[in-house]
Write a protein that binds this ligand. Structure first.
Ligand code: CP
Length: 331
């Protein structure tokens, strides 16, 4: 493996092998296999799980890591090509990334969507402009439209829960005070399609995922024997569902328009997942969310604290699958 930036770069069999390696390393740890190896972690955006689980995974394999948060204890970094650098940024990524890469054996980068130009975000313009600056094994720690580490952990979580390959996976929009990026919903959708599931995107009007995201998932589903569709009808979507994957995201109907997004979402506070969502048609449905989650806005306490919640297992699986990714990249 040369890099880990998108599940689409791997065949289904390769992903299944990676999940099997994660399970093997859980049973039989290899605490010295990456002795002397260094992982660099460059975070342009905050993190709790990704940061801690990558550092923990590297340590458990005998390696070490360093973390750079541009503008917080290190120079603020400019990312725009051709920028006249008279602002806060003292250094450009065109220098900083090759420098950091020269100090480590693998580099991880987190850089969220700019949230202004959907076309640019769909094309992963910012992440790709950084990726081309290093030949070292690269890890996507979450980009504009992707979060492959989360998606792989979510796949393993469903395997752990014995969710059938062809089970019903409902990806539901949930309320949040402001627009959030599309990376996790796009990655979760694609992962469930690759897994061969019956995937339904449940979202209010104005919050449909971009056509390019839906089409990519539909292609993945075709190859894996699954299906992908979308609806605004909650009860029908949840009927017999195995998984409700909850995520907040911005209104694609007015991408980059905060006021327009706010107008669309203001009447939708009822899209907070409660136990009564499941009572009639999906009593055994499990709830997933990548975290962080705002309690009683996106998901109610009664769900997060109840037996159907799988959020802690998902977070724990970040360590497990990333241990396998690092093993494959650096051994
Ligand atoms: N789910 C996830 O990536 O969490 P963090 O943003 O805390 O890393």
């Amino acid at each position: 493996m040369k890099r880990f930036v998108d599940l689409a770069d791997f065949s289904r069999d390769e992903l299944l092998a990676l999940l099997e390696l994660a399970r093997r390393l859980e049973r039989q740890p290899e605490p010295r296999v990456l002795a002397g190896k260094i992982l660099g972690l460059l975070f342009f955006n905050p993190s709790l799980r990704t940061l801690a689980s990558f550092q923990a995974a590297m340590a458990r394999l005998g390696g070490s890591s360093f973390v750079i948060n541009p503008g917080h204890g290190s120079w603020a970094l400019e990312t725009r090509r051709g920028a006249v650098m008279v602002g806060a940024a003292a250094e450009h990524v065109r220098e900083a990334i090759p420098v950091l890469a020269s100090y480590c054996d693998s580099l991880g980068i987190r850089v969220f969507a700019e949230g202004r130009d959907l076309g640019a975000d769909l094309a992963e313009t910012t992440f790709n402009s950084m990726a081309e600056l290093t030949d070292k094994p690269l890890i996507n720690l979450e980009s504009a439209l992707n979060h492959p580490c989360q998606a792989l952990a979510d796949w393993k979580t469903m395997d752990d829960l014995a969710v059938p390959r062809g089970g019903r996976f409902v990806l539901s929009w949930a309320w949040h005070p402001r627009a959030l990026p599309l990376a996790v919903p796009a990655a979760a959708l694609h992962m469930a399609a690759l897994r061969g599931m019956e995937v339904i995107v449940l979202r209010p009007e104005g919050f449909a995922l971009p056509a390019a995201v839906m089409e990519r998932a539909q292609r993945a589903a075709l190859g894996a024997g699954g299906s992908v569709r979308e609806t605004a009808a909650r009860e029908e979507a949840l009927e017999g569902a195995d998984i409700l994957y909850v995520k907040e995201w911005g209104a694609t109907a007015c991408y980059g328009d905060a006021a327009g997004d706010a107008r669309l979402r203001s009447p939708l506070t009822g899209w907070c997942v409660r136990n009564d969502w499941f009572a009639r048609t999906a009593p055994d449905c499990r709830v997933m969310h990548c975290l962080p989650v705002r309690r009683n806005t996106a998901i109610a306490d009664e769900v997060l604290d109840g037996a159907r919640s799988a959020v802690q297992r998902e977070a724990a699986n970040r360590l497990s699958v990333q241990t396998a990714v690092l093993h494959q990249l650096l051994k």
